[in-house]
Write a protein that binds this ligand. Structure first.
Ligand SMILES: Cc1cc2nc3c(=O)[nH]c(=O)nc-3n(C[C@H](O)[C@H](O)[C@H](O)COP(=O)(O)OP(=O)(O)OC[C@H]3O[C@@H](n4cnc5c(N)ncnc54)[C@H](O)[C@@H]3O)c2cc1C
Length: 466
């Protein structure tokens, strides 16, 4: 039985980062994957969805049919997966095995190969990076062939005529815009009272407005009841009333994700909760030899956070003498039209953590920037929540084209204590939408400096009050 320094279960964003990182430090590492190298992001998540979004914007100009777009998305995704797969086989100190792994105890795994053969391996450390799967809402009468998840969506040979999307989160919102542009009639059925309901209410209002403008129908406070395959009618219930959606040929399940915990965690006595495996700041579970990162842990839901957690595990295992920094606040980006990018908590959550009189909110309509003017911009905004007087940035939201490219500066501010005073002195190229960050920061400085004494007193009064 071979003993490895570390065995990594799952070759997605998190697992690949750990395996390649540790192998780079000369540690004999085993990487086990039961499906495709690249995990969800490469195969059924970020890469195909962002390619689809991109191509859906330009397919008409380029003379493609929607079916050709879907086939191009697959080709692009497959090319990347093939590259990643070939790559993992070339990395020194890294052994790759295409198998399903299961924990037997704190240092032993059983690997089952596609031909049914099994093998046991041991490792000093085990990293569980098994990702997540789509949650499914059972809809009576709906044939399995008409149900889509992110795992089957990108295998469609042609676009649906009428796509109903269950859910109103990130995947639902992004795919609604993309399919609507490809000519599909899109209806969103969202159980909550607004879409993107974990973000600032103003984001939901703007994106809902943009969806309606684009021709996407949204039912809020609603859920599906049953489907009649003969008439292609989906009955939904909204505020106690039954409504019929007609001509529905596909239903995309986008109501959320559940962690992939089917990896023998009980055998090793690893503690879990509904959101995933419980870990500490080192991403270590209650079993000292076992770590968990990415979607399977309770603390990550993005590719960049899985990657960062993977880097942190590499640092801890390969360079344990270097102290581990605090885990950063992760930004997120939603590739709707316009994009939404955000870092930190929305105001409703901050108000539970800080006294309301301690919070300073700055907001700017991007149409009021010079770049917004030259672009004839009609909507989009920057919203920043900070501590008054100190100018510490707590959270920020940007809704704009390329918002995802602007959020890193505010992510740096949130994580590294860059205050609004410093941002007001930062020089941005002119004219840019990002310059709005400087304008908002300067507004804060202008509002604070003339009454610095009073601001300091308020700050001291409320800073330590619950
Ligand atoms: C439609 C969609 C779009 C998305 N877009 C974005 C985006 O734009 N940006 C972003 O940051 N995030 C995005 N995400 C989220 C992102 O894909 C995930 O957060 C990320 O893939 C998580 O990485 P991971 O390493 O934790 O898990 P995964 O990438 O899911 O990898 C886990 C791997 O483990 C394997 N595995 C599971 N169990 C076993 C086992 N027992 N044995 C062996 N192998 C096993 C799985 O087959 C899988 O390959 C998107 C998700 C979806 C669904």
């Amino acid at each position: 039985m071979t003993e490895y320094h570390t065995a990594v279960i799952g070759a997605g964003s998190g697992g690949l980062t750990v395996a390649i990182g540790l192998a780079g430090f000369g540690k004999p590492t085993l990487l086990i994957e039961r499906k495709d190298v690249g995990g969800d992001c490469t195969n059924v998540g970020c890469i195909p969805s962002k390619t689809l979004i991109h191509l859906s914007r330009r397919f008409a100009q380029e003379g493609f049919t929607p079916a050709q777009v879907l086939s191009k998305v697959r080709a692009r995704r497959d090319h990347l997966r093939d590259e990643e797969t070939a790559w993992v086989h070339t990395i020194p100190n890294l052994t790759f095995k295409a198998a399903t792994a299961r924990l037997l105890d704190a240092t032993t795994l059983e690997l089952t190969y596609p031909d049914g053969l099994a093998e046991r391996v041991t490792a000093k450390h085990i990293v569980v990076a098994t990702g997540s799967s789509p949650r499914i809402l059972e809809i009576p009468g709906l044939p399995a062939a008409q149900v889509l998840t992110n795992e089957s969506l990108f295998d469609l040979n042609d676009v649906p005529k009428h796509l109903v999307i269950m859910g109103g989160g990130i995947v639902a919102s992004e795919m609604a815009f993309a399919f609507q542009r490809l000519g599909t009639q899109v209806t969103i059925v969202q159980q909550a009272e607004r879409i993107l309901n974990r973000l600032e209410p103003e984001v939901s209002a703007l994106i809902q407005h943009k969806m309606s403008q684009a021709g996407i129908t949204i039912y809020l406070n609603a859920t599906a009841q049953r489907y009649d395959a003969t008439t292609q009618r989906l009955t939904i219930e909204q505020d106690g009333q039954a409504l019929e959606l007609t001509g529905v040929d596909k239903v995309l399940q986008a109501i959320g994700r559940k962690p992939n915990l089917d990896v023998g965690l009980q055998a090793a006595d690893v503690h879990t909760e509904e959101a995933g495996i419980i870990t500490n700041h080192l991403h270590r579970t209650n079993v000292p030899t076992i770590y968990a990162i990415g979607d399977v842990s309770a603390s990550s839901a993005f590719t960049h956070s899985a990657n960062q957690q993977g880097r942190r595990v590499v640092q801890h295992l390969a360079l344990p003498f270097i102290p581990q920094a605090k885990e950063p606040v992760y930004p997120s980006a939603i590739f709707t039209a316009p994009e939404v990018a955000q870092v930190g908590e929305p105001l409703s959550v901050l108000q539970r953590r800080f006294h309301p009189d301690l919070l300073y909110t700055a907001r700017l309509d991007l149409k009021d920037t010079d770049r917004g003017y030259t672009q004839y911009l009609e909507d989009g905004f920057i919203l920043i929540h900070a501590l008054r007087f100190s100018g510490r940035v707590l959270s920020a939201t940007i809704v704009a084209e390329h918002a995802s490219e602007m959020i890193p500066i505010l992510t740096l501010a949130v994580n590294n204590g860059v205050r609004l005073y410093a941002l007001s002195n930062l020089v941005f190229p002119y004219p840019t939408l990002a310059e709005g960050i400087k304008k908002l920061s300067s507004d804060f400085v202008l509002a604070t400096l003339p009454k610095l004494g009073r601001e300091l007193v308020s700050y001291l009064r409320y800073r330590w009050r619950p």
